[in-house]
Design a protein around this ligand. Structure first.
Ligand code: 2NE
Length: 270
């Protein structure tokens, strides 16, 4: 992995190789719990990977073998939310969830150890999840005075079914990697020592495929759940594709050339 030199991150590692960006939550001393600064850096890192035309697939992971992410850092949870260094309390992980969901490149969660609480929702939001055999999954909200009633509940129900999603939230149990696989929460389980090699192999497979097809498919999976915002995402892809056609360009050219557009030459396909 190569690390771009100019990144001012404290809590996050950003590395890249062969068209893959690897974004790592680097707070192993708290099982990779996130604070507002962590989330701010993650948003910046995902934006960087989004905008980099050399990057086709993104891996999200946690430092070390013990945890992917243990959710919000409870030590800096104030009375009104998670407190950043300036004392401002907010829940910016919701913005990160939307970003991962809508950015037009596949995001793969590479999970070793615990994916718990808000950390569990982060792996859930990713397009694919590859679990090491030591991975453990679960929600803790009702035990620690929290909940994620957005994607954390609704997307979980779509992923594992309503009864199982309710069990996960209402009992706050933990599930091992094989149980997660059986309920469709992860795509595969591999020995911990093979986790990165298998994840990279899956990324390489996707890198060989049509980036536009992957982009449109990703937005297609969001379209019904996300209402008008989901349709907007899918529709944005059709606009981008239309801009690439002679018919789309005729409208632009006619305007710039101060003439009436000639759309008669384009077929009305059945
Ligand atoms: C993750 C888990 C199960 C790991 O257990 P274990 O036994 O492997 O480690 P341990 O000893 O519990 O944790 C190691 C150190 O990490 C800290 C611990 O306090 C401990 O610190 P020291 O005692 O060594 O000083 N640590 C772990 N998780 C932390 C956290 N989230 N915040 C701050 N410190 C943390 C076990 O540690 C665990 O259950 N952790 C808590 C999981 C949790 O409840 N997360 C918050 C859920 S709510 C949320 O994330 C959320 C939401 O619901 C809605 C929106 C946004 C966020």
């Amino acid at each position: 992995w190569e690390t771009p030199a100019d990144l001012p991150y404290e809590d996050v590692l950003y590395q890249q190789a062969e068209g893959i960006a690897k974004i790592t939550i680097n707070r192993p001393e708290v099982r990779n719990a996130f604070r507002p600064e962590t989330v701010r850096e993650l948003i910046d890192a995902f934006h960087r990977a989004h905008m980099d035309a050399q990057i086709g697939v993104i891996i999200l992971t946690g430092a070390g073998d013990l945890a992917f992410c243990s959710g919000g850092d409870q030590r800096i949870r104030g009375d009104e939310g998670y407190r950043d260094g300036a004392g401002i309390q907010h829940l910016n992980v919701l913005e990160l969830q939307r970003q991962i969901r809508t950015l037009p490149k596949p995001v793969v969660a590479m999970v070793a150890g615990y994916a718990i609480g808000g950390g569990h929702v982060l792996h859930l939001i990713c397009d694919l999840s590859i679990a090491a055999d030591n991975a453990r999954f679960g929600q803790t909200g009702p035990r620690v005075g929290s909940f994620d009633a957005g994607f954390g509940a609704g997307l979980l129900a779509r992923t594992v079914g309503l009864k199982k999603a309710k069990e996960i939230w209402l009992l706050c149990r933990q599930y091992d990697a094989e149980e997660a696989l059986a309920m469709g929460l992860v795509n595969t389980v591999v020995p911990l020592c093979d986790l990165e090699a298998v994840t990279v192999a899956w990324c390489r497979e996707m890198l060989k495929l049509s980036p536009t097809a992957l982009r449109v498919l990703k937005s297609a999976f969001n379209a019904d759940t996300d209402g008008l915002a989901g349709i907007q995402e899918l529709a944005g892809n059709t606009t981008a594709l239309f801009y690439m056609t002679a018919e789309g360009r005729e409208g632009r050219d006619a305007f710039l050339e101060k003439r009436a557009p000639d759309f008669q030459k384009f077929p009305r396909r059945p």
